[in-house]
Design a protein around this ligand. Structure first.
Ligand SMILES: [Zn+2]
Ligand SMILES: [Zn+2]
Length: 249
């Protein structure tokens, strides 16, 4: 489920990070990062790969798994893990196909397992057919390290949009070999460009999402690139300065 109120803000949301990361120099790619909006609600699925080892993770394969697999094949990637920022249907709908195609483990925060079990109820909200469920292979918890290729990202438990919502933080110095690309935050439906995640669905809490954003996300460096679960890419600094939901406090 997407944001509380979508605001149209025109900004590129594709490979701009690769350009930023390269810093204008013609060095080998620092990171492979493809963002693909999938499904009815246009959930941003991310494929994040190491150009040296060709290992990758996939975040939020909500739908259109064939298109996600095309990206993986085009970059000749091996998927090491399939991560879910939370268990809303638009983020988890493609898990079964993705798991079958890649054999990679599915990871989710335990506090969203109940929501995941109610995928058929979620499908009914949207008037769609319920996608097949999978067994969740591993649980994501606050502070967990997720490693693939030369990268190590950190799990941040950010409840509020759902109980088990997480963000994944890839620090600027995470890559062992290359320069210093900006840090990346995969924010799920917790923080958007100019908005925050809705909290009126089961398991939602406005107090909790504000606490999560203020205590954890706004503690990150201003130049951290934020990849929300829907809509355009932003930065922590931009949201700190101009997001109306954050300025009001
Ligand atoms: Zn969503
Ligand atoms: Zn959601």
């Amino acid at each position: 489920m997407p944001l509380a109120r979508a605001r149209s803000r025109h900004r590129p949301s594709g490979d701009e990070d690769a350009i930023l990361a390269a810093g204008g120099r013609c060095m080998a790619e620092n990171i492979i990062h493809e963002i693909l909006p999938v499904g009815l609600l246009q959930c941003n699925c991310s494929v994040v790969g190491d150009p040296q080892t060709r290992e990758a993770i996939v975040l939020d394969p909500g739908d259109e798994v064939e298109r996600i697999l095309e990206i993986i094949a085009r970059h000749k990637l091996t998927v090491r893990a399939i991560l879910n920022t939370h268990a809303h249907i638009d983020h988890v709908g493609g898990l079964k196909k993705m798991q079958q195609a890649t054999g990679a483990p599915v990871l989710m925060h335990p506090d969203d397992l109940e929501l995941y079990r109610r995928l058929d109820t979620q499908a009914a909200w949207l008037g769609m057919e319920a996608p097949a469920r999978v067994e969740v292979d591993e649980l994501l918890r606050e502070g967990d390290a997720v490693r693939w290729g030369g990268y190590q990202a950190r799990v941040m438990h950010t409840p509020g949009h759902t109980r088990g919502s997480v963000c994944l933080y890839l620090p600027a110095d995470a890559h062992l070999e290359s320069g210093k690309p900006p840090a990346k935050l995969f924010a799920g439906d917790t923080l958007f460009a100019g908005s925050i995640g809705r909290t009126d669905l089961p398991g939602g809490s406005f107090d909790l999402i504000m606490r999560s954003i203020h205590s954890k996300l706004l503690a990150l460096p201003d130049d951290t690139l934020v990849y929300p679960g829907h809509g355009p890419t932003t930065t922590i600094g931009e949201e700190r300065e101009s997001n109306p939901f954050l300025r009001s406090l």
